[in-house]
Design a protein around this ligand. Sequence first.
Ligand code: PLP
Length: 419
Amino acid sequence: MLPRSREAFAEAQRYMPGGVSSAARAFGPVGGDPPILAVGEGARVRDIDGNDYVDLVMSWGPLIRGHAVKDVVRAIAETAAKGTSFGATTEHETRLARVVVDRVPSVELVRFTNSGTEATMAAIRVARGVTGREKIVKFAGCWHGHADPFLIAAGSSALSLGRPDSPGVPAEVAKLTLVAPYNDAAAVEALLKAHEVAAVIVEPVAGNMGCVPPAPGFLEGLRDTCSRFGACLILDEVITGFRVARGGAQELYRVMPDLTTMGKTIGGGLPVGAFGGKRKFMEHVAPLGMRVSQGGTLSGNPLAMAAGLATIGPLDEKAYEALEEKGRYLAEGLKHASLTVQRVGSMMTVFFTDRPVRNLADAEKCDTKRFARWHRAMLRRGVYLPPSQFEAFFVSLAHERADLDKVIAAHRESLAEIG
Ligand SMILES: *Cc1c(COP(=O)(O)O)cnc(C)c1O
């Protein structure tokens, strides 16, 4: 079907494990070969065979304004022309840091990293350093990047591979990670009663078992429990930050974490991450206070900072209203009696179950074989979706009514085809 893509992917597999640079990109869960993408423009991507797709992956979240947005590309090019990296403070960082601190309610100081993984790694180190405790609590189905402490009941790629816990994670490390069911604040309270816990880390809207919104009272319950037991509450806003609201999920749900991790959207498609929070914690990040170790040769890279600023800088309340409206329109169009469509703003998932999905156990009841057939049918009709049931997909400001209508029409035909 895609002769050049097939050949190119075979070539990729000769030199790279699975032909990918990140496990979630492999088409294992849905079957077939991935199209090899060459061009992105607005809401569309084109593969090397010349096929055009409406993109709902959007680089797994970062491209909130779409592909190759002119002023973002210009900002990157103009910055690059003056030097790609200095390993020293530049004004690009300060500008982006000011936007983060201004918009994200709980963040008073912020440190930039190269990825979301680096941000979550550092955030728990800070929490452990400041509290003097070692255990952390995470939720089944939440993904916080690929650092050892988080590869326990992690979502997305690990889930789809049917191997939630990775070989290579020392048992001694895994032992320090306690796991609770998502949307179950009472389970967390029980854990915090029984253990000395440094931090509870949570995706305020889960995206990595598919889109699972927080139940009413869940985040507030975590905030209250963490405060009572002296644990640090970390909101992992790598997806939700600058995505579900201008100030992220903490603004939308009015929950003040101690630390926040960010990534994806704040780099506008370049490699980036960040962690930040209250002074009480952040003033112990090296070189300050207790000097909790953290560093990175390319951290705060000028190109990433410029791309991030150009991407999130212009996002005003109007932009979030537009994202909500586009998200609502698409989700309405995707509704079907045999499916559950879950959405927060412009992030959503079509679950192949007729029941609500509140946690990992619910998500695992989905008909993943039917999802795989749907995914292939959608791809043939020019809709590019994440190749797993356990992922969220994203609408950007570049998605026009015509793009969304194309997705909805493809969906109706695909459901008719797969039965
Ligand atoms: C993507 C993601 C990460 C990891 O970010 P990377 O930049 O891929 O390392 C962490 N947490 C959440 C919630 C994510 O979705």
